[in-house]
Design a protein around this ligand. Structure first.
Ligand SMILES: [Zn+2]
Length: 150
């Protein structure tokens, strides 16, 4: 059994960097089975003019590229906010082993709210899900970001 290390601090740093770029502050980190950080990313939907450029998607793409594989078995994904349905589907398709997310997202989330993607019988791979890690700083970042935009 390997020692447990939280990667939420790195995910939060990516979220902060996203906010500095004027993007919705969400950050994600993919961790390889050996504990190495395989990829880290923040939202870039505005910069890339791409509605799919969520932090989770960008991190999964980079980790898959590095692994030379469309699947990431045994990898963990850390993200500051509950993934939306699109990202939850990508997490399932990538065969991510464990999902750690920070703040819950009753409005856009698709894991424990709304579509509840992993609970569908059509969902062939369900990661272990752990929520609430780093939820407070994640929520504070999001609230600060949207407050400043009004
Ligand atoms: Zn998403």
């Amino acid at each position: 059994m390997s020692r447990f290390t939280s990667h939420m601090a790195l995910a939060l740093a990516e979220a902060r960097a996203a906010a500095d770029r004027g993007e919705v502050p969400v950050g994600a980190v993919v961790v390889a089975p050996d504990g190495r950080v395989a990829a880290a990313a923040g939202n870039r939907t505005r910069e890339l003019s791409d509605p799919t450029a969520h932090a989770e998607i960008l991190a999964i793409r980079a980790a898959c590229r590095a692994a030379g594989s469309e699947r990431l078995p045994g990898h963990d994904l850390w993200v500051t906010l509950e993934p939306c349905p699109m990202c939850a589907s990508a997490i399932s398709a990538a065969r991510i082993g464990r999902l750690y997310y920070g703040a819950s997202d009753p409005r856009m989330g698709g894991v424990d709210h709304g579509a509840r993607v992993f609970d569908h019988p059509q969902c062939h791979h369900r990661p272990q899900v752990y929520d609430g890690l780093g939820a407070d700083p994640s929520r504070a970042l999001l609230q600060g970001f949207f407050r400043n935009r009004r």
